[in-house]
Write a protein that binds this ligand. Structure first.
Ligand code: HEM
Ligand code: HEM
Length: 199
């Protein structure tokens, strides 16, 4: 048992701040996507208007994502385990870069489309949020609505691929990829590969 515990301790994880950003933003997106998609239906069926919450949660994602990007640019992630093939490493890099674009561009287009709406924009009713100068029913408003929808579906597609890849690594390949993004305590009993790329 002891050698296994030592190996798990050697897994090079993302730092605590990167892990906290990752899971906080993932959770908020998991809550906000269905609210955006089913918002109108929920209002029609239950008389509950969740759109203001959608906007506030989305603005929180935007703020956290900007901070996360700054953190990421100033803190190198741990090297990938050596067992990861070159194409997988490239695919992961591409997906991660696309995520960084999406977690900023998606809420930003939401903010743009909400700016063209008739309702005032607040953050959970606590702070007034300024609106961009976009006229209602203008070509810019239509563009923002189209872009928000397109980016939302692109995000959902990438998340499905990303989660499938993470589970494939953990359950099939049984390597340390998922452990790298989990806090130290939440580790499974499986022995990961501990040799790192670049070591
Ligand atoms: C985590 C970030 C966000 C996600 C995942 C997200 C996702 C979505 C989705 C899936 C839709 C339905 C799209 C459609 O079918 O047209 C939607 C609609 C909408 N989003 Fe977002 N959104 C986010 C951020 C924001 C932000 C920051 C704002 C505004 C400040 C915003 C404002 C809106 C508005 C006004 C709608 C239309 C809602 C309705 O009329 O029912 N979104 N969003
Ligand atoms: C909306 C949901 C999610 C988003 C936007 C997202 C985004 C990201 C991004 C941007 C990275 C790269 C981190 C960096 O290098 O700075 C990453 C890494 C990672 N994510 Fe996610 N993620 C999401 C959900 C999940 C879920 C649900 C899982 C697990 C089932 C997961 C597992 C991982 C793992 C294991 C890594 C590390 C990969 C590596 O070692 O290179 N993610 N994620």
């Amino acid at each position: 048992m002891l050698p296994l515990v030592r190996e798990l301790d050697e897994v090079q994880r993302y730092d605590g701040v990167a892990i906290a950003f990752h899971w906080a933003i993932a959770l908020l997106i998991a809550v906000n996507w269905p609210i955006g998609h089913f918002g109108e239906t929920i209002e029609a069926r239950l008389g509950l208007n969740l759109v203001p919450f959608h906007k506030s949660i989305g603005l929180t994602v935007l703020a956290l994502s900007i901070l996360r990007l700054v953190w990421r640019l100033s803190h190198r992630p741990p090297p990938l385990p050596l067992s990861i093939s070159r194409w997988r490493a490239r695919a992961a890099r591409f997906t991660h870069a696309a995520f960084y674009v999406l977690i900023i561009a998606l809420p930003l287009t939401g903010w743009l489309r909400a700016s063209a709406g008739r309702y005032p924009l607040t953050w959970f009713g606590l702070l007034d949020v300024p609106k961009f100068p976009i006229a209602r029913q203008s070509a810019e408003a239509a563009l923002a609505i189209g872009a928000h929808k397109f980016l939302a579906w692109t995000m959902l597609t990438l998340v499905v691929v990303h989660v499938a890849a993470a589970l494939h690594h953990h359950l099939k390949l049984k390597d340390a990829v998922l452990l790298r993004m989990l806090p130290k305590r939440a580790r499974s009993g499986q022995a990961p590969h501990v040799r790192q790329r670049g070591n």
